[in-house]
Design a protein around this ligand. Structure first.
Ligand SMILES: *Cc1c(COP(=O)(O)O)cnc(C)c1O
Length: 213
């Protein structure tokens, strides 16, 4: 089931779109099934679960931290995490820089933008991100590779498209100056709209692994 879902989904994606399989709450056996179909990018939203899986699974998994990250937990994933999607403050970025330095790594991260109407979601507003990027002093052990956002949880496709398009426009505005490469937007319910709007990294969980209880 999982293998065929991956295959089917990959078949519909352009080559420049990266699929991150969001495997939170799923057992290692499910991840291995995806791995055997060639999947290498996996997303988790809890540090403890991510670390446990990373310790138990093959070393060539690329781990994406897609959830909200607390500063005091950065140290646990700093030795190996591939991409941190949810950076939403200078203080978090400073801590990532510090921990990456300790591990002799340059950590790739994405800034999270708050594009949804729900206040429960995290991220910079466009105004805050503009200010941040204007005064950014590059950190030696962090590379901001691009942006991430989550659209509103709604059936209103027009609204979702609006939100993704706003983020894509913002991405394009800063892309050259900051050498941005990654625009992470789109989940199981809305990834076709995200790609249409310009996403090149989608984070898909339930469509691949089934619903989470
Ligand atoms: C859970 C999660 C996803 C995947 O959600 P699905 O609807 O299961 O595809 C994507 N991004 C983030 C940040 C998540 O927490």
């Amino acid at each position: 089931m999982i293998a065929s879902k991956i295959k089917e989904l990959k078949g519909t994606l352009a080559k420049d779109v990266t699929l991150v399989a969001v495997s939170k709450t799923k057992p290692n056996s499910a991840l291995i099934e995806a791995y055997e179909e060639g999947q290498r990018d996996f997303g988790e939203n809890k540090v403890q679960e991510l670390c446990k899986k990373a310790a138990e699974l093959p070393k060539d998994f690329r781990w994406h931290m897609v959830g909200h990250l607390q500063r005091n937990k950065v140290k646990y994933i700093a030795p190996f995490v591939h991409l941190i999607h949810g950076v939403d403050s200078q203080r978090l970025l400073n801590e990532i820089n510090k921990q990456a330095a300790k591990n002799n790594r340059i950590q790739d991260v994405l800034l999270q933008l708050h594009i949804a109407e729900e206040s429960s979601k995290f991220g910079f507003s466009f105004e805050e991100a503009d200010a941040f990027l204007q005064q950014e002093l590059p950190l030696e052990h962090v590379r901001i590779k691009g942006l991430m956002g989550m659209a509103s949880f709604t059936e209103d496709k027009w609204q979702i498209t609006q939100e993704f398009t706003q983020l894509a426009t913002f991405f394009n505005k800063w892309k050259e100056l900051k050498s941005f490469e990654v625009l992470s937007m789109g989940m199981s319910g809305d990834y076709p709209l995200a790609i249409e709007a310009g996403s090149n990294m989608i984070r898909v969980g339930s469509l691949i692994f089934g619903s989470r209880m």
